[in-house]
Design a binder for this molecule. Structure first.
Ligand code: ADP
Ligand code: MG
Length: 246
C-alpha cells in the first residue's frame, strides 16, 4: 500500500522536466517537497494526475499496487488521488456545491443516488471548519475568488472527497497567516493512518502547521536530498544552493 513513484521521466515536446524522480508515500505519512522555482514540482503533481501536456517517457507510478499511469484522469481521482492546484482553475457556470456533489456522485456505483441532505450537512460542516461563508456554495467554482479563497476551496474539495493520497501544490502561496492556520487545520483534520500527503512548498512556514514526517529537496527534476523536518529549517536558513552543493 503506497503511492510509489519510481525513476519517473516526463517531458514536454522539446524538453525533459522530470529526470528520474523516485518517492514512496505510505498511508499515514506526510512528505514535504521543497525546491527552487522551475525544479519541476508542479510538473510532478500534474503528471501524477494525468495532465495531457506531459509525456511520461520512462519510469512507473503505482497507487496501492495499481498502475496509475495507465488510468484516465477521472479513474485516478476515483482510485483515491487528489491534487490541490497551485493555480486553481475557474469553472464559470458550475456552482461549487454542484461541482463537489457531481464528483462524489461519480464515485458511487451506477444507479445509486447521493443523499442530498447528508451531502449538504457535510458540506456545511467542512465549510464551517474552513471558515468559509455559505455564499460560496452557490458561486461558480473559483470564479472571482481571491487567491486565498481559491486555496481554501481546494482544501474544501479535499475534505469532501476524502482522498487516500493528496498532493498540495503550494497551497500556502496567496494565504495570509490567519488563512494559513485555518487551511492547515483543515488538512491536519484529514490526517489519518489511512491517508498520505505530499505537500509541496517553498517555505518552512507551512510546515510549522502541517508537520511533515519527511522533507525532500527537489532540484532539476529529481530529489537530491531527503531528511527529517529539520531539513526544512536548514533550507530556510541556507537556501537551496548550499544544499545542492552538499
Ligand atoms: P516548479 O513548480 O518547481 O516551480 P514547474 O514544474 O512549474 O516548476 O516547471 C518546471 C519547468 O518546466 C519550468 O521551466 C517550466 O517553465 C517548464 N514547464 C512546465 N510545464 C510546462 C508546459 N506545459 N509548457 C512549457 N514549459 C513547461
Ligand atoms: Mg510550481
Amino acid at each position: 500500500m503506497s503511492l510509489l513513484i519510481q525513476d519517473l521521466h516526463a517531458c514536454i515536446p522539446d524538453r525533459e522536466i522530470l529526470k528520474g524522480f523516485s518517492l514512496e508515500v505510505k498511508p499515514g505519512e506526510v512528505h514535504a517537497i521543497m525546491g527552487p522555482n522551475g525544479s519541476g514540482k508542479s510538473t510532478l503533481s500534474k503528471v501524477l494526475c494525468g495532465h495531457e501536456d506531459y509525456e511520461v517517457t520512462s519510469g512507473s507510478v503505482t497507487l496501492d499496487g495499481e498502475d496509475l499511469l495507465a488510468m484516465d484522469v477521472d479513474a485516478r481521482s476515483r482510485a483515491g488521488l487528489f491534487l490541490a492546484f497551485q493555480y486553481p482553475f475557474e469553472i464559470p457556470g458550475v456552482s461549487n456545491a454542484n461541482f463537489i456533489r457531481a464528483a462524489l456522485q461519480a464515485r458511487l456505483p451506477k444507479g445509486e443516488e447521493l443523499d442530498a441532505v447528508g451531502y449538504y450537512k457535510q458540506l456545511y460542516r467542512r465549510m464551517d471548519e474552513l471558515e468559509m461563508s455559505r455564499s460560496f456554495t452557490a458561486r461558480s467554482v473559483n470564479e472571482g475568488f481571491s487567491g486565498g479563497e481559491k486555496k481554501r476551496n481546494e482544501i474544501l474539495q479535499l475534505m469532501m472527497l476524502e482522498p487516500k493520497y493528496s498532493i498540495l501544490d503550494e497551497t500556502d502561496s496567496g494565504l495570509d497567516i490567519d488563512a494559513l492556520k485555518v487551511v492547515s487545520q483543515g488538512v491536519n483534520a484529514m490526517r489519518s493512518p489511512e491517508r498520505g500527503f505530499l505537500v509541496i512548498t517553498h517555505y518552512q512556514r507551512l510546515l510549522d502547521y502541517i508537520k511533515p514526517d519527511i522533507v525532500h529537496v527537489m532540484v532539476e527534476g529529481r530529489l537530491i536530498r531527503s531528511g527529517g523536518p529539520e531539513l526544512a529549517l536548514e533550507l530556510e536558513a541556507k537556501g537551496y544552493e548550499l544544499t545542492h552543493a552538499a
